[in-house]
Every structure is written in structure tokens, then in C-alpha cells.
Ligand binder design. Structure first.
Ligand SMILES: Cc1cc2nc3c(=O)[nH]c(=O)nc-3n(C[C@H](O)[C@H](O)[C@H](O)COP(=O)(O)O)c2cc1C
Length: 171
């Protein structure tokens, strides 16, 4: 099978998961790893399975990923799965469905099988800490706990879980 792992990542978290998924897919498939910035919409044609990765930005897929999805030419692609990183500790499953709605909509429109979404925590980049603490109106103590909790994510165990997800959906 020809597999594409396409991702957007600003501080490396989603990229770390993308690499894990690509490594796993490469074991038994011909797999490519590409940043969204480096792929054209036509490049999606010819892949049997596409993984689409994005950080969560204001409870949405990142703008470049959403924009790309509106122009996607999935060609002969038969299956798509998503993966998302977010700084908030844990989102219940039903919320992840909501975040991947743009991916699911494309799948429905183009008759591509949607294979689900992997998500894990990814530490918020330091330059945004003050702004987010203010926005969430958290005390220094509460924010300190949150920073402690997210630091180092995604962890190796998250990469291992992403690989297991890839193994499962690739079948
Ligand atoms: C502009 C912006 C908005 C964000 N909004 C959210 C959000 O709504 N919920 C959340 O949990 N994380 C949010 N985050 C945190 C990122 O999703 C998280 O740190 C992610 O792992 C970053 O991935 P990257 O390193 O691949 O860019 C936001 C980050 C940025 C830069």
C-alpha cells in the first residue's frame, strides 16, 4: 500500500507523532512523510491511505490544514485517518470527533473511508504561556501545575500509542 503521512507542526509536537506513524507505516508499506507546506493538493492522488496531522488551534484544526482540506484532490485514496496534538490534558472522545469534522466532511464528500483519529497531549510553546494563563484566568499555582503536567509531551508512550493506532487502522 502507498501511505502518506502529511502534517502541520509549529513547535514539533505533531511532527514527533507524524514521524512515529510514518515509521510504523514504513514497516509494511511504501510510506512518505511530508509537511503540508511541501505538498500540493494533487500530491494526495495515488496514495491508498493518508494520515492527516494537526495541532489543535483554538479548538480547531490548524488553519493551513483546514484550508488544504477544502482543496484536496484525494484521487484514488481510499482511506484517511487523523492525528491531533493539544495542550489540554484530556479531551473526551466525543470532542475529538468534533475537532476532526473537517476531515470527516471531506471523506464523506469524496467517498473516502474515515478511519478515526489519534490524539495526545503536546506541550504549549513557552512564548504563549502568559497569554494562555491569562485567557484561562488561572492562578500561578494552577497554571504551574498545568505546565508541569504537559511538559515533555508528547512522551515516548504517546508515540508508542500513535504507532499502535497506525498499526490498527492500516490493518
Ligand atoms: C494559536 C494556538 C492555539 C492553540 N489552541 C489550543 C486549543 O484550543 N486547545 C488545546 O488544547 N491546545 C491548543 N494549542 C496548543 C497546541 O495545540 C499544542 O501545543 C500542540 O501540541 C502544538 O503542536 P505543534 O508543536 O505540532 O505545533 C494552541 C496552540 C497555538 C499555537
Amino acid at each position: 500500500m502507498r501511505v502518506l503521512v502529511a502534517y502541520f507542526s509549529q513547535s514539533g509536537n505533531t511532527e514527533k507523532i507524524a514521524k512515529g506513524i510514518w515509521e510504523e507505516a514504513s514497516l509494511t508499506n511504501e510510506a512518505d512523510l511530508k509537511k503540508f507546506e511541501d505538498v500540493g493538493t494533487e500530491d494526495f492522488a495515488g496514495y491508498d491511505f493518508i494520515f492527516i496531522g494537526s495541532p489543535l488551534h483554538s479548538a480547531n484544526l490548524a488553519a493551513p490544514v483546514k484550508e488544504f482540506l477544502t482543496n484536496i484532490n484525494a484521487g484514488s485514496s481510499k482511506k484517511i485517518a487523523g492525528f491531533i496534538t493539544h495542550f489540554a490534558p484530556a479531551y473526551p472522545n466525543q470532542d475529538m470527533d468534533q475537532f476532526t469534522e473537517p476531515i470527516q466532511a471531506v471523506c464523506k464528500e469524496k467517498k473516502i473511508e474515515y478511519k478515526g483519529c489519534f490524539d495526545c497531549q503536546g506541550a504549549l510553546t513557552k512564548s504563549l504561556h502568559d497569554a494562555v494563563q491569562k485567557k484561562l484566568n488561572l492562578s500561578d499555582d494552577a497554571w504551574g501545575n498545568m505546565v508541569k503536567q504537559m511538559t515533555g509531551s508528547p512522551k515516548e508512550e504517546d508515540v508508542a500509542k500513535a504507532k499502535a493506532f497506525a498499526r490498527e487502522v492500516l490493518g
